[in-house]
Design a protein around this ligand. Structure first.
Ligand SMILES: N[C@@H](CCC(=O)N[C@@H](CS)C(=O)NCC(=O)O)C(=O)O
Length: 295
């Protein structure tokens, strides 16, 4: 299956492409944005690495595309950045029966649902980590490989997407070269947003929940590369104490191969918004650029 280019927009030194495609995982059309940095359009550049950015609750691919200012950093270092959607969408896709904004549409939580009525469409884990990278690779690298969607890749995200980045990174430790997160839901099995989503999508089996919880995964995944995970959270984030709980991840890594490897920065005065995210995107970009071999 192929991508449709809905918009091609000149941005910084490169181009922003707003794409859509039919997903066999979610069985819906999915929107995805990609920024191709200026290096993509230059002669003689070797493979361009990719950062995947997973967005938070209520977001589409547009929020981060418009408000995180990754594009400037992508040009500075020479990586592409992919902004997937946060859930399947469409009239036939089941939503939260309570009509909340923390479950269902725009709240897919990057897991593969096992429960009715969600299991047919809510396959965001397999979509983001398997189907989307492969589809992008076959679409963009038809004639020769210019963008490395599959190997020299990093992952990051915000809030629900910070959780998605952490869990995806730990489950695909040998693929992602680095992981960072902005205000992630660090211990989803232990907070209201996570409990609602995991019970809705995965049912009551807490062992299945644990397979996605970064606080459980750190004791199962051996950090053989001695990698550091970079995390920023703001002190004025209204969700910090009850929903994000980054300190639980610090606790969980004790006596594991990740001990001392969570670089958690609690920054004074910042909230949960894109003003916070865009402030720290340059630091995350530099962190990933180093791990992707760009500097
Ligand atoms: N809609 C919620 C806020 C949800 C929220 O803060 N969502 C974050 C991710 S968890 C976000 O990125 N929102 C979109 C934006 O700021 O552009 C509320 O009214 O309190």
């Amino acid at each position: 299956m192929s991508f449709k280019i809905n918009q091609e927009i000149a941005c910084c030194g490169g181009k922003l492409l707003k794409l859509s495609h039919q997903s066999s995982e979610t069985k819906t059309a999915m929107d995805v944005n990609i920024y191709l940095p200026k290096q993509y359009y230059e002669e003689g550049i070797t493979l361009i690495p990719v950062i995947y950015y997973l967005s938070g609750l209520t977001c589409s691919p547009q929020n981060a595309t418009e408000k995180a200012f990754w594009q400037v950093q992508a040009d500075k270092y020479g990586f592409a950045i992919v902004f997937p959607d946060t859930s399947p969408r469409g009239e036939k896709v089941p939503d939260d029966p309570e009509k909340g904004w923390d479950f269902g549409l725009a709240a897919g939580f990057y897991v593969d649902a096992t429960q009715e009525p969600y299991k047919t469409n809510y396959r965001m884990f397999s979509y983001v980590h398997e189907e989307l990278p492969k589809e992008l690779d076959s679409y963009f690298n038809k004639e020769n490989t210019k963008i490395d969607f599959l190997d020299n890749v990093a992952i990051t995200g915000h809030s629900m997407g910070g959780f998605g980045a952490l869990s995806g990174y730990l489950k695909y430790y040998n693929r992602y070269k680095s992981c960072s997160a902005f205000a992630p839901i660090a211990n989803p099995t232990n907070v209201p947003w996570g409990i609602k989503a995991l019970s809705g999508y995965l049912g009551s089996d807490k062992e299945l929940w644990a397979q996605y919880d970064p606080c459980s995964l750190v004791s199962e995944v051996d950090n053989t590369r001695q990698s550091t995970i970079l995390i920023h959270c703001g002190t004025k984030d209204p969700f910090l104490k009850d929903q994000l709980k980054p300190e639980q991840l610090q606790e969980a890594v004790k006596n594991t191969s990740w001990e001392g490897k969570i670089d958690l920065k609690i920054v004074e005065g910042f909230d949960h918004s894109y003003f916070f995210i865009s402030t720290f995107v340059p630091e995350h970009a530099e962190f990933h650029a180093k791990n992707l071999g760009l500097i």
